[in-house]
Design a binder for this molecule. Structure first.
Ligand code: ZN
Ligand code: ZN
Length: 276
C-alpha cells in the first residue's frame, strides 16, 4: 500500500509540474507577454494543457495578468486596480494580504474574472490569436478539464498500480486506485494554488516601491521552485524577456527545447537587455 501512496504522490507532483510549465511558458511568457512567438502547434498544445492541467481559461489568465502589470500594487477604483496585490488587499480589507494571496488565489481570480474590463477586450491586443469555436465549446469549461484530469489520474493508477505493487487485480483494489486518482488531483490542485500564490505574495514583499513594478522583488529560492518565475522584479521591469532568471530557470530550458524543435522563437535575448 505504501507504494500506492508513493505513486499517487508522484503523479500529483508530475501533474502540478506540467501545470507550472504550462503557466510559465505558454500563459505567461507566451500569450500574455509575447516574449516567445509560438507556432500554431505549440499554441494548440498550450491551450489544451491549460485546460487539462491549470483549470483556467487562457484568455482570462492573459487579461488578469496584463492588468496586474498595468496597475501593479495600485488601487484606483473598483475596475482599475491590481487584481491580486497583497499590499492593496491588506490596506483595503485590514487583513493579512500576503496570507490571503498565498492561499486563496483561486477565489481572487474567480472574483476578478467578473470585472467588466476582464470580461471585455480591454487588455487584448491585435497580436492576440482570436478565440475560436474550441475555446467557446471546451476551454470555456475549466471544471470539465479538472474532471478529465481526475479521470486520467484514476485510469493511470487503475492500470499501472496493480502491476507496480505486484498485487492481483480485484474490484476493491481498482476502487482504491480510483480514489487514489482523486487524491492525486487534489495534490495537483493544492500545489498549483500554493505556488501560484507564492509568486504573487512572496514576490511582492519588497521594502520599497520600484517605479513600474510596485513592491515586486526577486526571490531566488522561488526561481528554483517555480521554473524561473521567482526573479519577479526583473520580470516586471523587463516583461518582454523570454528568459526571466539567470539561474535555475527551468521555463527557459523548456523554451530552448521548443526553439530547437522549431516550435517557438524568442523575441528578445536576455543578454541584449541585461548584462547579468
Ligand atoms: Zn507581480
Ligand atoms: Zn508577467
Amino acid at each position: 500500500m505504501l507504494l500506492l501512496v508513493v505513486l499517487t504522490l508522484a503523479l500529483g507532483l508530475v501533474g502540478a509540474g506540467f501545470a507550472g510549465v504550462t503557466i510559465t511558458v505558454f500563459l505567461h511568457r507566451g500569450i500574455t507577454h509575447g516574449a516567445i512567438d509560438m507556432r500554431r502547434p505549440l499554441y494548440e498544445l498550450g491551450r489544451w494543457m491549460t485546460w487539462l492541467t491549470t483549470f483556467m481559461r487562457h484568455w482570462q489568465w492573459r487579461r488578469v495578468h496584463r492588468k496586474h502589470h498595468l496597475y501593479t500594487d495600485v488601487w484606483i477604483d473598483e475596475v482599475r486596480h491590481d487584481p491580486h496585490s497583497p499590499v492593496v488587499i491588506a490596506e483595503r480589507e485590514g487583513i493579512d494580504g500576503f496570507r490571503r494571496v498565498a492561499w486563496h488565489m483561486a477565489a481572487i481570480f474567480h472574483e476578478e474574472a467578473k470585472c467588466p474590463d476582464i470580461v471585455d477586450t480591454t487588455y487584448d491586443t491585435a497580436a492576440d490569436r482570436p478565440l475560436d469555436g474550441l475555446d467557446r465549446l471546451l476551454f470555456d469549461r475549466p471544471v470539465v478539464g479538472a474532471i478529465v484530469a481526475g479521470l486520467a489520474y484514476a485510469a493511470t493508477l487503475a492500470v499501472a498500480a496493480p502491476i507496480a505493487i505486484g498485487e492481483r487485480r480485484t474490484v476493491g483494489l481498482e476502487a482504491l486506485c480510483v480514489l487514489a486518482g482523486v487524491v492525486a488531483l487534489a495534490i495537483h490542485i493544492v500545489l498549483l494554488l500554493r505556488f501560484g500564490g507564492a509568486i504573487n505574495s512572496d514576490c511582492h514583499r519588497g521594502a520599497q516601491v520600484t517605479p513600474g513594478a510596485g513592491y515586486a522583488k526577486n526571490v531566488g529560492i522561488l526561481s528554483f521552485l517555480i521554473f524561473g518565475e521567482g526573479e519577479h522584479l526583473t520580470h516586471h521591469l523587463h516583461p518582454q524577456l523570454a528568459r526571466i532568471s539567470r539561474h535555475w530557470d527551468l521555463g527557459w530550458r523548456v523554451i530552448q527545447v521548443l526553439r530547437a524543435l522549431g516550435l517557438a522563437q524568442v523575441a528578445v535575448e536576455r543578454e541584449s537587455v541585461m548584462s547579468r
